[in-house]
Design a binder for this molecule. Structure first.
Ligand code: ADP
Ligand code: MG
Ligand code: MG
Length: 209
């Protein structure tokens, strides 16, 4: 079971992870994009933090919807609408809920991934955030089928996503700005996949507490 308080904690942890990794994310984007991914994510989640006090007593769906709207309105670039859509789809699964069962958390993660896929039209191995999100959702689902609880399933998902992040390095980018580089995108870790990994790791930390 994941509570509303843990979801709020997730967002706070993710925001602080983004701040701590702002330069790292931007440097990754400097190699294969336009050197703004850390800046974009930081701007968006600082804005999310400023909105959180207005939703502290609301259900998980309303909280995630506010995150979505805030990201869409404050983040330029590809990542704003993509993370905005992820949180929007996630919010609809959590509408009216004060807590999520392990199955509901799976549905939330799956909906978020599906939103990114619909919005960005990336496929696996296009070297995007999908290359971390998708294996993570598959691992989470598999863990549930093995009878694991939210914490154990999330541990499994994060372990897989860490390897999945590493796996973006040899990929040739086929979506987003990095795709303009063609072969020169090979050998670099994808910035959006990196922020998605941080997002999942933050969720694990919040469930652990
Ligand atoms: P921009 O590239 O517009 O400057 P960001 O730098 O904030 O935006 O985000 C770049 C990241 O967005 C990439 O590293 C990649 O993971 C992700 N991305 C870009 N295009 C897509 C897409 N079509 N589908 C999924 N993710 C994408
Ligand atoms: Mg960029
Ligand atoms: Mg940009």
């Amino acid at each position: 079971m994941v509570t509303q308080a843990q979801i709020l904690q997730w967002l706070k942890i993710f925001e602080s992870e983004i701040e701590q990794n702002k330069e790292y994310l931007t440097n990754l984007d400097a190699a294969i994009g336009d050197a703004d991914h850390g800046i974009n994510m930081s701007r968006g989640f600082k804005k999310v933090m400023s909105q959180l006090p207005t939703v502290t007593h609301q259900d998980i769906g309303s909280i995630l919807k506010t995150v979505s709207m805030t990201l869409i309105s404050s983040v330029g670039g590809a990542s704003g609408p993509l993370y905005g859509t992820l949180f929007l789809k996630a919010s609809s699964v959590a509408a009216g809920k004060q807590e999520l069962t392990t199955q509901e958390l799976l549905e939330l993660l799956q909906a978020g991934l599906d939103g990114v896929l619909q919005r960005g039209k990336a496929q696996l191995e296009d070297k995007t955030m999908v290359d971390v999100l998708s294996p993570a959702v598959v691992a989470f689902r598999q863990a549930i089928e093995e009878g694991k609880d939210s914490l154990a399933a999330m541990q499994q998902a994060v372990a897989i996503s860490e390897q999945a992040l590493e796996n973006t390095k040899p990929m040739l980018a086929k979506k987003g700005r990095a795709s303009y580089l063609g072969e020169r995108s090979i050998g670099h870790q994808d910035p959006g996949a990196t922020s998605s990994y941080l997002m999942l790791r933050s969720l694990l930390k919040s469930i652990k507490d």
